[in-house]
Design a protein around this ligand. Sequence first.
Ligand code: 0A1
Ligand code: ZN
Length: 887
Amino acid sequence: MRTETPQTIRLEDYRPSDHLIDRVDLDIRLAPHDTRVSATLAVRPNPAGVPGAPLVLDGDELTLLGLALDGQALPADAFAASPGGLTLHAPPQRPFTLTVETQIDPTANTKLMGLYRSGGVYCTQCEADGFRRITYFLDRPDVLSVYTTRIEADREEAPVLLGNGDPGEAGAVPGTGRHFAVWHDPHPKPAYLFALVGGRLDRVSAPFTTMEGRAVTVAVYVEPGKGPRADYALDAVLRSMRWDEAAFGRPYDLAVFNVVAVSDFNMGAMENKGLNIFNDKYVLADPETATDTDYANIEAVIAHEYFHNWSGNRVTCRDWFQLCLKEGLTVFRDQEFSSDMRSRAVHRIGEVRTLRARQFPEDAGPLAHPVRPRAYAEINNFYTATVYEKGAEIVRMIRTLLGPAAFRAGMDRYFSENDGRAATVEDFLSAFAAESGRDLSAFARWYERPGTPRVSAAGSHDAQTGRYTLSLRQSLPGGDGAPLVIPVALGLVGAAGPLEATCERVRDGVFVLEAASDTITFAGVAEPPVPSLFRGFSAPVRLEMDLGDAERLTLLRHDTDPFNRWQAAQSVAMRLILDRATARAQEAEGAEGAEGAEEAGPAAAAYAAALGAFLDAEALADPAFAALVLGLPGEGDVANEMGRDVDPDAIHRARQALRRHLGRSLRGRLDPLRAALAPAAGAPFSPDAASAGRRALANAALDLLGIADPEAGTQAAEAQLAAATNMTDRLAALSVLAQIPGPARERALEAFGERYADEPLVLDKWFALQATIPEAGTLERIARLRRHPAFAMTNPNRVRALIGSFGLGNPTQFARADGAGFALLAETVEALDRVNPQIAAKLLTTFGSWRMLEPARSSRAGEILSRMQARPGLSRDVTDILARTLA
Ligand code: 0A1
Ligand code: ZN
């Protein structure tokens, strides 16, 4: 293990490469421990670089076996080589070829960067800087090359050989039991998009004809025997291809598009040109093993990787500071796709829930960074919710500001001006500026400013003149005072429905807040209105407005914007939980569990009554939306809203009390609702959004039953578990049981674990569910599960399931007052760091909100983090996160 002092790389230091590599010819002979890579690079000086500069190639844990320039071996004093790099001191100042032979051990590669083996399948991961673990190279995204790859392997071990681009020659290597395949990718690409796969895999495929008439074969490769579980992913690829043509005019550009699923993968998936490699969690699905959420995620991730073919591959990034250029844009594109495939309103609420749960805390804590960071020590630590999710919100705001037509024209211009180039955020914005005639320089501040802006709003109604005045003020803690450009989609709602009011500064329902504060006036407002602000969550801000519960419940009833209807219910619930949690925190601990303290006041009663009326009127018309309205803000959302002195136990108790109250108030509706939503006997399972919505609402009802009436809930959950025909219903029932201590829970968990012992993706759910039980015994349970034969540090999904879910999804136990939860996380990070530093660093980010905790807990966390920091031999990945978390 290297000990590294992280070196900071800065955006302002960017300069073009001194050399370019136009063509790369690779000959890769796969073997479990001794893989040989011969790379022939067509190098030339970059006219934009420094003439006569040395050629400095990146490397990482490489063994150099041979080196030749234009076919001639190089004298030892002409170069310097180490596992971490190769320098030619005085390369020719003309085009030349460099042939480099390296040796690598894919079986020993537990970092899962570069070439490694997953369940016996050879595969690669090169983003951000894994290619340098295969051969010495200019491993930076602004060096684009045309690749030809010959892959050779034992025919038995790896009958399937896949590369980037289109397939070429293939055949046997006579007398060896080995075979080869050549792949050629005509599209110049940076090294991070290189990929190969070799292994024993099943294949499902389908033809596709592009809008340009190109015939494409689309194929999905999976572990032998799992072919049928790839059908949904295959269909999602075909739908993505058609959608990108219709929505963005973007056709596919090769004769084949391959997707391969592997079980050991650091992230969700990777957009390698023509050869996307996936975590099998985002490919494999059937009703027996996948939930509705899994199906939706598969559809989204398949689309995301496919859409990268244009936003990322055809137009790539100049440097890693521009990561949001491909990621924010591609997330926006996959969100639009999913919205078109499913319910737009429901999907939008899901997007915002994710943003608030992951990005808002990141932006409020020590790991906050701009959407376009200005400096990094380890780029792999910047694949963050901020770059991805907030990055997507920026693209959405551009569309809101420009309108759909100018937005589409700007996208077309961006693609055509930058095709085959490595671009920047400036290139992106200039395409929209050119098409819309707008100056986007103030808007560009969104890329530079960390933190979640706050917008406070206050309104006043003048009954005499029929005018309503709305004042808005923006602020960004730590900002330099220059205001952001904030699109505020808005409308006014009256006691009986939406109001028709006019304001000349509101266009197409949007007011653009460009100053630190501004005031707008609506005319023709006969009654005191309730303002509905940031409809559809039109900007990633926190809205502060002093609305009463009654006004919010008016929005729930009458707003035309479904997002704000949901938001209204959330805001009421949030206030109820916050009031109770802070009152509790101030109280002596003795009140815990006392029934009397559970009694709800009139505000909670009004909230429950409003939800009851809502269910009666609308539950069956849009069950997916109703399920969301019934859901309370998460404990993390509440903590984030408090911002300081957070006591997770007080939050948990307060939230549970409100859930219980809601469940009891709605008790009479729960059984009929579940009955009305139950599928007809023998009806086939469908993963479509409508069916998933019905299951979501039925399971939300079961969940409320579980807390309102544990005995009836246990019975109902056990019955559902026994009768379920799909994983959504089975896991929902098990989750209800998991919340209710007792023998029924232990029986159910044990049976489930046995039933799915050979289904890794289902076992992950089982590990995660147990890790998130909010009880003191969970720590002991996790210790036991860590010794379970199916637990392995080498499988990122398993580590995320058991330890990641604990850190992210079990606030009372992770942040236990005795520090034992923090210690468990820290021990795992330290052990994992020796196996897979990237995943170790990611796990460590669960400490990101430690400073928000009340003093006793935060000092425990601080001690544990400082102790970790004192340990020698930590990876650069973990060192970087630790330093920033403690800063
Ligand atoms: N570009 C991929 C995500 C990805 C990023 C980094 C990886 O290794 C460090 C792997 C995948 C995406 O956005 O899907
Ligand atoms: Zn991506």
